[in-house]
Design a protein around this ligand. Structure first.
Ligand code: SAM
Length: 163
């Protein structure tokens, strides 16, 4: 993800945050191989630890929200909101769990249901639309939340920090 962002935005400086050392090692290696390591900074820890005084134009979480322990999600979202500049973009790509049994029968929820089942052993819990939106609202994102479906069942959520 970091490499793709660095390539798509050639003047951007990109900071990657993860709690897992192995993921960070792999990100560093890929950045080196892609020749963009000079614009990518990879930091281990929480968002609050990794982004103390800096403020960013955008925060992007791809396949991360459902991997964050449910009890930590509100805090991570608040820390991420705080790390953004006013007007900064919060973009989340993740699966959305069906809220009702009727939704569970719809094609767009097939993949999220499968992921939820498969990753249960890792402790991952896929959030519903209501849970995703409540997390964003609680973190202070009071504006429009754009929502679209891509691929086999990934949701893209985009909203901006109030100016
Ligand atoms: C599926 S991977 C993300 C893949 C990445 N977006 C990419 O494009 O390669 C999910 C990551 O979320 C990280 N993660 C889980 N809980 C976290 C937390 N509380 N804070 C930061 N990262 C976390 C995991 O360590 C894991 O590396």
């Amino acid at each position: 993800l970091l490499v793709q962002i660095a390539k798509a935005f050639p003047r951007a400086r990109v900071v990657g945050v993860d709690i897992d050392a192995q993921s960070l090692q792999s990100a560093r290696r890929r950045a080196q191989e892609a020749g963009v390591a000079d614009r990518i900074d990879v930091r281990q820890g929480t968002v609050a630890q990794a982004a103390q005084a800096e403020r960013f134009d955008a925060a992007v979480m791809v396949e991360v929200l459902h991997e964050i322990a449910p009890g930590l999600r509100a805090g991570v979202m608040r820390e991420t909101a705080r790390a953004l500049k006013p007007g900064g973009w919060m973009v989340i790509v993740d699966e959305t769990y069906p809220t009702t049994l009727e939704q569970a029968r719809e094609a767009e929820f097939k993949f999220p249901l499968h992921t939820g089942f498969e990753e249960l052993l890792w402790g991952n819990v896929i959030p519903t639309r209501e849970e995703q939106e409540a997390l964003l609202r609680q973190a202070g994102f009071s504006g429009e939340i754009e929502r679209s479906l891509i691929g086999e069942g990934f949701t893209v959520l985009a909203t901006r920090k109030p100016a």
